[in-house]
Design a protein around this ligand. Structure first.
Ligand code: AMP
Length: 250
């Protein structure tokens, strides 16, 4: 069984994001970048399936600038076998990413594609669903448990009413939720070993896919600054302020 995991390089989740001077996007210059947290969970799940003997080859794919090789190396250090970078300097929307992943799927013929449920930079939550639609494959989104048996996958999903378990035929696309697993830290020996694992770099133009943006960003702005709070002496004073200053109760 071959598994493909999609890994995106995003602003590290510990960084307080700032809007760029032009007000068009989040500032990424001189900012710590890391693998999207949901993709770490996707890689971890792939590695666990390898360790259980259910997966023979785990391939990490990223679409982005040359620096995304670092993200792929992290996946390789966690246990992926090889990497593919579709190299581009332009930001690519989820539809474009899904189209590019489809081409990689037609080349690689994986049994499962595992993606994160969302990239924490644009919070789109679209790529996995679009990829499944383009491939006409079943999808199991927001997985909190995955069980692979022969040509089927049982995916437990976190839904509003609790947990839902579905069974889908492979090949399929699965997206990871937060509680699926706890990703491992790569050990130093594995980081060293990962340097020797191959990364295939494909210039985006070679794939001849229409990735023209469909969405125009009009403006990106920071949320209004929170005003300083006050400490009240007692409940009576709190009620008085809620009633007469904030005017949120009558
Ligand atoms: P999104 O639909 O943008 O919220 O992203 C959902 C998931 O799709 C991410 O967690 C990744 O697994 C995958 N993905 C999105 N963009 C990229 C990219 N540029 N390179 C690799 N994977 C990506």
């Amino acid at each position: 069984m071959k598994i493909l995991v999609a890994v995106k390089r995003v602003v590290d989740y510990n960084v307080k994001v700032r809007v760029n001077l032009e007000g068009t996007a989040v500032e990424t210059n001189n900012v710590k970048m890391s693998m999207n947290p949901f993709d770490e969970i996707a890689v971890e799940e792939g590695v666990r399936l390898k360790e259980s003997g259910k997966c023979d080859e785990l391939v990490a794919v990223s679409i982005g600038t040359s620096s995304s090789q670092e993200t792929i190396r992290t996946a390789l250090a966690m246990g992926a076998d090889r990497g593919i970078l579709v190299e581009t300097d332009d930001p690519i929307e989820p539809l474009g990413v899904a189209k590019l992943l489809k081409v990689i799927c037609s080349r690689e013929k994986p049994d499962i594609v595992i993606v994160g449920k969302q990239a924490i930079d644009d919070d789109a939550n679209q790529t996995g669903q679009m990829l499944a639609a383009l491939l006409d494959w079943p999808q199991g989104t927001f997985a909190s448990r995955i069980n692979i048996e022969n040509t089927k996958a049982q995916v437990t999903r976190e839904v509003d009413v609790g947990l839902e378990t579905i069974e889908i035929n492979l090949p399929a696309v699965i997206s990871t939720d937060l509680r699926l697993n706890e990703p491992r830290y790569a050990s130093l020996p594995n980081i060293m070993k990962a340097k020797k694992k191959p990364i295939d770099i494909i210039p985006i133009t070679e794939l001849n896919i229409d990735i023209a943006p469909r969405v125009k960003v009009i403006k990106v702005s920071e949320p209004p600054k929170r005003e300083a709070g006050v400490i009240v002496e007692n409940v009576k004073e709190l009620l008085e302020k809620l009633r007469n200053e904030a005017k949120v109760i009558s």
